[in-house]
Every structure is written in C-alpha cells, then in structure tokens.
Design a protein around this ligand. Structure first.
Ligand SMILES: C[S@@+](CC[C@H](N)C(=O)[O-])C[C@H]1O[C@@H](n2cnc3c(N)ncnc32)[C@H](O)[C@@H]1O
Length: 230
C-alpha cells in the first residue's frame, strides 16, 4: 500500500518536472529562438505533419504555374523544395534558402538522388540580409512569384526584418505563404502573423486550415498603372 502511494507520488513529481521543463524550454525559445537541429529532420516528415502540413497540401495552396520562380525560405532538408520544383517545371526556379549548412547538405543530397535541376540552394539568414545586396539571388522579372515560410517564422530572430526582406524579394502581386502548426515550440498565432505581415506591407489574400495547422497567404500589392485607383 505504502509502496503504491510512493510510486504515485514519484510519477506525479516526474510529470510535473517534465511539464515545468517543457514550459521553461518554450519560454526560452520564444525569447531567443534556435533553429531546428538538422539531426531532428525526421520531425518534419512523419504521418502527423503529413496529415496537417504535408507537401501536397501546402504546395496546393500556392496557386503555382509552370515557369514561376519560388523562394522556399527556411527550406530545411527539402521536404517542400522538391515538390515545388516539380510544380514550376524546368522553366521555373526554386531558390532554397536556409541558415544551417547541414540542412542544405541534406537538401543537396536529395536533389542529386532525385535528379532535380531547377533548385538553387542558398546559405543565408532571413532577417539578416540574405535576400538583399551582394550574393542575393537574381530571379525572373522583378522578383519571386511566391515565397514559402513553412514552420519557419517563429525560428527567425528578427521577424520584422525578415518580412520586410521577403516583401522586397517578391514581385508586385507576388504571394507570401506562411504555415504554422500547433505543438511546434516556435508556433506563432495567426493573429500575430497577420499583424506583423501587414506591418511589412502585405495584404491578407487567403486562409487555409485552422487548428492545429493553418496557412495564411499574403499578397504584395500590385503596382497599379498611374491614374487608376485600388
Ligand atoms: C522547422 S524547419 C522547417 C523546414 C521546412 N520549411 C519544412 O516545412 O519542412 C525550419 C527551418 O528554418 C530554418 N531557419 C530558421 N531561421 C532561419 C533564418 N533566419 N534564415 C534561414 N533559415 C532559417 C532552419 O534552419 C530550419 O531548417
């Protein structure tokens, strides 16, 4: 009897300790986010992520057409990069940006294994000038047609800077697509993403999903010919 009580007490204490340390971890990550370790890449591809943020689902929300130029920002090991490259075809390009060389190493292995040729891997940090100045990718007519941020924005230290950079890198009328999934320690609420994207000059153009995962699509306002009003 006494032993049972002790065991219950020990398991309750252990559960509390796990809860408290998870809480501290999430708080620390919110204040100073660290990117997903390349060793944990398997967290990105499993039946759960497949059901709520699977590549076919997210790529289908982008309204892609052959020949488009797409930025996969925070591409990780390339879960979305390869399907994006297939969707834009040989006449289009995907620039796959990531701040961690090991993630790009995984992506490059995948591109070689699958014979994908229309992807340019790019090492750099969003929010720290990766898309501006020297070394910035040069694409199509005045910028990217689409930019994808899937489970990335919460990991970026300077989100306002990153969103301004993305705004600058898209062509007028181009679309930024932001996806977040609940349970990710860097998860951002939709209302916060909306507020920050609008502050960077984007306009909400579409919503998909809800709980536990959502996508918000934002448009960079097209430039209207002089004399027309929006
Ligand atoms: C959770 S993973 C998501 C990967 C991919 N978008 C997907 O959906 O499978 C986040 C990725 O964003 C990258 N990342 C985080 N902050 C970044 C930044 N400031 N600039 C570029 N990449 C960043 C990380 O290195 C990591 O590979």
């Amino acid at each position: 009897m006494e032993l049972g009580k002790t065991a219950r007490y020990a398991s309750a204490t252990a559960a509390l300790a796990v809860l408290a340390s998870s809480f501290v971890f999430v708080l620390r990550e919110r204040r100073r986010p660290t990117p997903l370790s390349p060793r944990l890449f398997f967290l990105l591809e499993n039946p759960l992520t497949g059901a709520f943020v699977g590549a076919p689902l997210l790529v289908g929300r982008l309204g892609l057409a052959p020949g488009m130029d797409v930025l996969d920002a925070g591409c990780g090991p390339g879960r979305l990069t390869v399907p994006l490259a297939e969707a834009v075809g040989p006449g289009g390009w995907v620039v796959a940006l990531d701040g961690q060389p090991a993630m790009l190493g995984r992506l490059e292995g995948r591109l070689r294994a699958e014979g994908v040729r229309n992807v340019r891997p790019l090492l750099g940090k969003l929010g720290e000038g990766a898309l501006l100045g020297e070394g910035a990718p040069v694409v199509g007519q005045g910028g990217f047609d689409r930019a994808v941020l899937a489970m990335v924005l919460g990991e970026v230290r300077d989100r306002a800077g990153a969103l301004r950079e993305l705004h600058g890198a898209l062509r007028p009328g181009g679309v930024l697509s932001v996806t977040e999934i609940f349970g990710d320690p860097h998860h951002l609420a939709a209302r916060m993403v909306l507020k920050e994207a609008e502050a960077a000059g984007f306009r909400l153009a579409g919503r998909f999903g809800s709980f536990p995962a959502y996508t918000l699509n934002f448009e960079k306002e097209p430039v209207l010919p002089q004399g027309t009003s929006g």
